[in-house]
Design a protein around this ligand. Structure first.
Ligand code: SF4
Length: 259
């Protein structure tokens, strides 16, 4: 086993960078012009393969908006379930259609596929461009379909307790979901990257170094993330077995060049 991945226990899949939202806090910046989707069949093979050699405990699909490519998402969660991976998580903004039938069907198939931790991104920032009604409809449909765990995952500005106008509006949205029986996870605190650095600049000290809470120690990776074009750590799950990519990895990136 690759010593740099001795603690690898999580696989993440960025399904697409296309998005139905256009959030002012998005760390990815603008999503305009993206259309590429991750191939769910190849990603499902990667899940099975990685789980055969590493102690993978969780798989996550996200984006952009992952439910713009629902079939690919279903394939990944279903493979993770077959591979015995206990936590199968999706982060979605819940808005991929306004058609109630399509929303219900997608929620049912998502739950059926094995996704057992659904995190719904809803807050004052998302709801500036994402209508609340279809997102709530989706949440209700997931509950009805028997979702084991569906929670709100709000973004907070400065800190969850800071009384800025964005957080106050987010608290109202959180209460609306609570009325449906959906509680809130801890969520995340926005950091100054991408759109947040431009549109929320007044809330940050931009002269300070940016601390990305998702950065990991490259010599001890706990999770790896596959991009919408299938790339991972300098290799591609479209061209080779994920185990070969993982085996070749070195923190300086030189391992990736020995292909
Ligand atoms: S924060 Fe999420 S929903 Fe908003 S634009 Fe970025 S990826 Fe889309």
């Amino acid at each position: 086993m690759n010593q740099y991945l001795r603690n690898l226990d999580r696989l993440e899949f960025i399904m697409t960078l296309a998005c139905t939202g256009s959030c002012r806090h998005c760390s990815e910046g603008s999503h305009a012009g993206y259309s590429e989707r991750l191939d769910g069949k190849k990603a499902a093979e990667a899940v099975i393969s990685a789980a055969s050699a590493y102690g993978i405990k969780s798989v996550m699909t996200f984006g952009g908006e992952p439910l713009l490519c629902p079939e690919d998402v279903f394939m990944i969660h279903s493979a993770a379930k077959r591979a015995g991976i206990p936590k199968r998580q999706i982060i979605t903004n819940g808005f991929f259609s306004r058609d109630p039938e399509k929303i219900t069907l997608c929620a049912e198939r998502l739950v059926e596929s094995g996704a057992n931790a659904i995190l719904l991104s809803a807050d004052s920032f998302h709801q500036e461009t994402i209508p609340l009604e279809p997102a709530m409809k989706f949440a209700e449909a997931c509950l009805k379909a028997g979702a084991e765990d569906i929670r709100l995952n709000p973004a907070w500005l400065v800190s969850p307790d800071d009384p800025n106008p964005y957080n106050l509006e987010t608290r109202k949205i959180v209460s609306e979901f609570e009325e449906l029986g959906i509680s809130s996870a801890k969520g995340n605190v926005i950091f100054p990257q991408g759109n947040a650095r431009i549109y929320l600049a007044d809330y940050f000290d931009l002269s300070a170094p940016v601390v990305n809470p998702y950065d990991e120690d490259p010599s001890d990776l706990h999770s790896v993330s596959v991009s919408p074009d299938g790339s991972l750590l300098g290799g591609s799950i479209y061209r080779e077995d994920i185990l070969d990519i993982l085996e070749r990895y070195t923190p300086d990136g030189l391992g990736a060049e020995n292909v």
